[in-house]
Design a protein around this ligand. Structure first.
Ligand SMILES: [Ca+2]
Ligand SMILES: [Ca+2]
Length: 380
């Protein structure tokens, strides 16, 4: 074990937001540019066949954005014989998830005003005796990331007047829309290798140990409001458009859509405007942790607008351009979706790993786009 250095987090953050790959190349990620509307509303989980356009001229590694169009062709004739549904996996809900499309009569749900109190939030797994790692806090006005008094010396998070603690994770046995409340912030314990302390927070349920688990699979918040004011749903992965969009956003680095797999698709109306955003994890992981040539990881977001456009944008990405002998930032996954500051707009927690470090980053909507606002983790 070695002391957690801000540099390590910096590397993690760099891989998320302003990325620098181990080989010095800049993997994809970050904000992209707006694109012009091109068509009528689309819905990412629609069973319609989308006509995908190359909305961005250069969906390069510095941030790809594109729009996509709905079909202008009429649906094909219904089959005259019964056809078995196509291969929905047992854990794969509705391949044709009901669309949520903007309409003229839509009344956007009001979003609230954020709390003016201090809110602390942590990442962890809730295993007995294992402290949660601090990520940052809401100071009553704005997001605040971790602060260091000196190299490796983490400032404690300010005290929150909110006694209630709630937690959520996409991996909770009761589903992505489950929230655990009534938790207690326990004593602070060293969570890494230095003197940095994080609280013990016991979850009354056990998170599954998955291939992408880092022990930072849930977010815990000092909150007395609903962490999920609207449903958070994991939806069907067998939507060809999802892989096609992912490949297009990594256009100069990934050959075809079939070179990768969609492993997560989360639909949630983050901002409460009545239209679901969709978060998609699209990856190729064939060489394990060591990042073989052509392996990649990416999370992108579909932002439908009420003006009938959809903007697709990379949130985080890394492409392995050659085999290496160390674990790369090889696998980003969506860990949790929750409102961390009480304004009824939900934030997103992404987990990732680099070398022997694991960490998470919190993204919050800012001017309609998810932007990194806090992060934390530990090196081993
Ligand atoms: Ca929305
Ligand atoms: Ca919020």
């Amino acid at each position: 074990m070695k002391r957690l250095l801000p540099l390590v987090i910096g590397v993690l953050l760099a891989a998320c937001g302003d990325p620098v790959a181990p080989d010095g190349e800049a993997p994809g990620g970050g904000a992209g540019s707006d694109s012009e509307p091109v068509s009528a509303p689309t819905d990412p989980a629609s069973s319609d066949v989308e006509t995908v356009s190359t909305g961005a001229d250069d969906p390069s590694a510095t941030g790809a954005t594109s729009t996509s169009a709905v079909p202008d062709s009429t649906p094909s004739e219904s089959p005259t014989t019964a056809v078995e549904p196509t291969d929905p996996q047992p854990t794969d809900p509705q391949p044709s998830d009901p669309p949520t499309e903007p309409s003229a009569t839509e009344t956007p749900m009001p979003t609230g005003v954020p709390t003016d109190r201090v809110v602390r939030f942590f990442a962890g797994g809730g295993a007995p005796g294992v402290p949660w790692v601090p990520l940052g806090h809401w100071d009553g006005t704005d997001w605040q990331g971790l602060q260091y008094a000196d190299v490796g010396i983490l400032d404690p998070l300010p005290t929150s007047p909110i006694a209630s603690v709630a937690a959520t994770s996409l991996d909770l046995p009761d589903g992505a829309d489950a929230v655990v409340t009534g938790l207690t912030l326990g004593d602070g314990q060293p969570y890494c290798s230095g003197e940095e302390a994080g609280p013990l927070i016991d979850l009354p349920t056990q998170l599954p140990d998955t291939a992408v688990s880092l022990g930072y699979d849930a977010v815990a918040v000092t909150a007395d409001w609903p962490l999920q004011p609207r449903p958070v749903r994991q939806v069907g992965l067998q939507v060809p458009e999802y892989a096609a969009i992912g490949a297009r956003l990594l256009a100069d680095q990934v050959g075809t859509a079939n070179d990768g797999s969609v492993v997560q698709a989360v639909r949630v109306d983050l901002d409460g405007n009545g239209v679901d955003e969709v978060l998609v994890t699209y990856e190729r992981q064939q060489a394990g942790d060591f990042g073989g040539d052509g392996d990649f990881t990416s999370i992108y977001v579909r932002y439908p607008s009420s003006d009938a456009t959809v903007i697709d944008e990379l949130l985080v990405a890394h492409v392995s351009t050659e085999p290496v002998d160390f674990p790369t930032p090889g696998r980003y996954t969506i860990a949790a979706v929750a409102d961390l500051n009480g304004d009824s707009v939900m934030e997103v927690m992404v987990r990732g790993r680099f070398w022997e470090s694991g960490g998470v980053q919190i993204f919050a909507l800012d001017a309609g786009r998810l932007t990194g606002v806090a992060s934390g983790g530990c090196s081993i």
